[in-house]
Write a protein that binds this ligand. Structure first.
Ligand SMILES: Nc1ncnc2c1ncn2[C@@H]1O[C@H](COP(=O)(O)OP(=O)(O)OP(=O)(O)O)[C@@H](O)[C@H]1O
Length: 282
């Protein structure tokens, strides 16, 4: 088996008295697709920040390609949690994608012919051709998100970190972005660590799940982890896993809803979070 791209050993993250996760051992292989699931505030984004070298661990180690993680590694692609571009930002879509290749040198020198070809191919691959010359700030949320994916893929990363990249996308574009990331990891062997509240849009492509909740975590295939007994044990309270119309919905009892508290603060992330008075935990 090939060497892992990413290795966590005894990794722990605490803020004061509060432990987000501890004792996390994980090897991520080339081409592997890992979903990081859990309720709001569980520590999913903080895990990505630790892998990016932006947040020091409280315990343990993280290595990327055999070296301790450090900030700004060119071989890690990152799609941050979505923030809409401020209107007035003049950056054009193609230039935003090009930034992933030319980095900070953008604007200071011309693209090489090879770079130009790669950028054009990426613009095409993320379906951004029709808005390539439009200012990013003028795009819809979904279009901006495709530009972000293009930028993250531009440096041909060995590891792609995605923080809720499907938020604000309609079903068609959720599928489009998922297929894009899936195709990329199959083509280039890039490993993917994908943070999401809702596993459903990516269920077909996920190899393993890291489910974080209440300061603890569990790791396994979706079938191993997304089960009532496993998640009830993790949450420490009864949780049901309902399969309906090809979707998995994780439903808590009143107590479990309390554990998932904060979900409704972020209800805009999920249109259907409001639809269930029980408050699904994802
Ligand atoms: N530097 C920090 N200092 C103190 N607390 C922090 C710091 N960074 C994160 N936290 C806290 O850690 C918790 C986990 O945050 P994180 O953003 O990782 O959660 P998440 O699982 O990504 O949640 P969401 O689904 O809401 O995005 C939050 O309560 C947050 O306030």
């Amino acid at each position: 088996m090939s060497e892992p791209v990413l290795t966590l050993r005894g990794a722990g993250m605490s803020f004061g008295e509060r432990t987000l996760w501890a004792g996390l051992d994980l090897d991520v292989r080339p081409g592997e697709f890992i979903a990081v699931l859990g309720p709001n505030g569980a520590g999913k984004t903080t895990l990505l920040k630790a892998i990016l070298g932006q947040q020091d661990l409280s315990d343990g180690t993280i290595e990327f390609l055999g070296q301790p993680v450090r900030r700004g590694h060119r071989k890690i692609g990152y799609i941050p949690q979505q923030r809409l571009m401020e209107s007035g930002t003049p950056l054009r879509t193609r230039d935003m994608i090009a930034l992933g290749i030319t980095g900070h040198r953008w604007g200071l020198r011309r693209e090489s012919r090879d770079e130009r070809r790669r950028i054009d191919a990426l613009v095409d691959e993320v379906g951004a051709s029709t808005f390539a010359t439009a200012p990013v700030a003028s795009l819809s949320g979904g279009e901006q998100q495709r530009a972000r994916v293009g930028q993250a893929l531009a440096s041909q990363p060995a590891l792609l970190l995605c923080d809720e990249p499907l938020i604000s996308l309609d079903l068609r574009h959720q599928r489009g972005v998922t297929e894009l990331i899936d195709a990329q990891r199959r083509k280039t062997g890039a490993a993917v660590v994908f943070v999401t509240h809702d596993v459903n849009p990516i269920l077909d492509v996920v190899d393993r799940v890291v489910y974080i909740a209440g300061g603890r975590f569990t790791i396994g295939t979706p079938d191993e982890v997304l089960r009532a007994d496993v998640l009830s044990d993790l949450y420490g309270t009864p949780v049901d896993v309902v399969r309906t119309m090809g979707r998995i919905v994780i439903v808590g009892s009143t107590e479990a809803t309390a554990i998932g508290e904060g979900e409704h603060d972020h209800a805009h992330h999920h249109a259907d979070a409001d639809a269930d008075p029980e408050g699904p935990i994802r």
